[in-house]
Every structure is written in C-alpha cells, then in structure tokens.
Design a protein around this ligand. Structure first.
Ligand code: ZN
Length: 109
C-alpha cells in the first residue's frame, strides 16, 4: 500500500464543539475523528454508520458534521450496517448461550 501524505484530524464544527472546544463532547468528537484517520474508506463508512445509528434520528447530519464526511457517505454506512446485521451467519450465539451462571457452577450435581 502506498503511503499517503499526513492526514490532518478533521475538526468538528458542531455547535457544542464551538461553544466548548475542550468540553467532553468536543473530546469525544475529536476521538471519533482520530479513529477515522486509521480506517480505510469502507471501515470509516461503517464506523460512522454505527455511530449515526446510535444517534437515531438526525444522526446522519450530526455525524456528517462531526466527521466532515458527506451525508451520502454516512447514509451509505448506515445502510451497510443494517444490511450486514441481517445477513449475520446463523452460527451466532443466541442470548443466554455461553458460560453458565456462577451460581449454577457452585451447585454440585
Ligand atoms: Zn462536535
């Protein structure tokens, strides 16, 4: 892979970051952008898509603002995530599977 020229961390321009550039939210937004730098296009989209999904309504524009990616990119990421959730392999553990509870372990049978 060819080395890209040093990328700069995108600075979030949302209202909260403007008001409190050193606040918790600003730090979170910056952390997101820092992670994004490490990811390739596809993972970037998906990562942002997950975050946007967590935000629910308005998540797309919010994430677009935070990351500087286009809304189209964020939307695409969201869709990819939704899609990949549906096509999870059936071997995925059901809830409740896994290690037995500790209490059960202490019983002797
Ligand atoms: Zn922000």
């Amino acid at each position: 892979m060819q080395k890209k020229t040093k990328q700069k961390i995108h600075r979030c321009t949302c209202e909260r970051c403007k008001k409190h550039p050193y606040g918790k939210t600003a730090q979170q937004h910056q952390a997101i952008n820092r992670v994004l730098l490490e990811l390739n296009e596809r993972n970037k989209r998906r990562f942002v898509g997950v975050l946007a999904n967590q935000q629910g309504r308005g998540g797309t524009s919010q994430l677009a603002e935070i990351t500087g990616l286009s809304r189209t990119t964020v939307t695409r990421g969201r869709k990819e995530i939704e899609h990949s959730n549906k096509s999870l392999p059936s071997g995925i553990r059901r809830s409740g599977a896994g290690r037995p509870l500790v209490e059960k372990n202490s019983q002797k049978y």
